[in-house]
Write a protein that binds this ligand. Sequence first.
Ligand code: FES
Length: 203
Amino acid sequence: MSNKLDRRDFIKAILAVPVIGGFASLFISPFIRYLKPSSGPLATAEIFKRPDKPSPVQEIRFAISDFPEPWSFKYFMFQETNREYTSVGEQIKTIPGAIVKTLKAEGKEDFVVFSRVCPHLGCVFNFVPVEDEVAAGYNYKPQPGQKVFACPCHLSVYDPMLDDSKGRGKVVSGPAPRSPFKFNFEIEGSEIVIRSLESGGIS
Ligand code: FES
């Protein structure tokens, strides 16, 4: 009798496995898709495969000699591949950037490399090293010797030498909520190599 019961319980338990599994997937799958929506059939499996971190399409190199004196600057366009949870899969984004040679610190070359996407509403801002131009066009009178980035849309002004809680590029005038994103870069021999945008986004 008890043998019969044991066998019946065992068969019941085996039969219950797919039912429990079905119920579990009913809840787990929507939860994962809520965290990372996707249109692809392998989406749930792919979530565990690769990170969402953008990857640079190509690093950008400048010769240090391209910047002969403090406040020499150049603009560039940086491309990175971003994961998209749509049928497109991936998208290449182009981020305008600016590299500026600042005053020398401890005898070394010093540079700042900023995304030019304005943290206010996403316009592209400029480096405006002429103080009178800033005073006339951007509603901000720089201190003597102060060089700034300035946005033509709503006149936010950033000082590349001053820090806020996010690093250099403090807002000194206008509506922008914070300093712009910076690029990560290294000096390799006679070159400056820009490899990635700091994590956190584009604007
Ligand atoms: S978008 Fe730059 S200040 Fe508004």
